[in-house]
Design a protein around this ligand. Structure first.
Ligand code: HEC
Length: 146
């Protein structure tokens, strides 16, 4: 199984669990990337970290270099549609940068992800994106504007 198909499979399991019922029988509303899930200050920090740790391959504008894929734009959006921000954070946590994933802290990776959300045109909000895979799995990644 490739990493991506594993992520996809996880996404299917996740999708099956979306229609959960909150106590009291009220359908809980799921948070999405449209809900202002990172702050402007965090994205600014993330831009600096991205420049240092990621841009050499993924390019400053996140367009990719032909080998490293783009991290913004329609292809990236299609690849992550319906998954979660936590899935994306986990992907970066375990595999990026490829030579030494442990060389960048999880906090810096959350900041970089905030910068990625910004370049993918999702709005900033008041709170920062948590450097926590499980917590950010509560945030759905979707291009569909509510
Ligand atoms: C040495 C070049 C290189 C560096 C540096 C690098 N990446 Fe990557 N990245 C790649 C390549 C190549 C792939 C595709 C193959 C793979 O998944 O390993 C990839 C894949 C990805 C993906 C999956 C994209 C998708 O469409 O699913 C994400 C997200 C990502 N990188 C984020 C990052 C972040 C964030 C950083 C900085 C912390 C980073 N990368 C640093 C080369 C790089």
């Amino acid at each position: 199984m490739t990493f991506r198909s594993a992520v996809m499979a996880a996404g299917i399991v996740w999708a099956a669990g979306v229609a959960f019922q909150a106590p009291g029988g009220v359908q809980a509303q799921q948070k999405t990337v449209w809900d202002g899930v990172y702050s402007e200050a965090q994205a600014t920090r993330g831009a600096t970290a991205y420049e240092r740790d990621c841009a050499s391959c993924h390019q400053a504008d996140m367009g990719g270099d032909g080998f490293a894929p783009g991290l913004a734009g329609p292809e990236f959006a299609a690849a992550w549609e319906g998954l979660t921000v936590g899935d994306l954070l986990e992907r970066i946590r375990i595999s990026m940068p490829p030579s030494e994933p442990g060389s960048v802290t999880l906090a810096a990776k959350a900041d970089i992800l905030a910068h990625m959300l910004k370049l993918n045109r999702f709005p900033a909000g008041a709170a920062e994106l948590a450097a926590d895979v499980e917590a950010t799995k509560q945030i759905k990644y979707t291009s569909a504007k509510p």
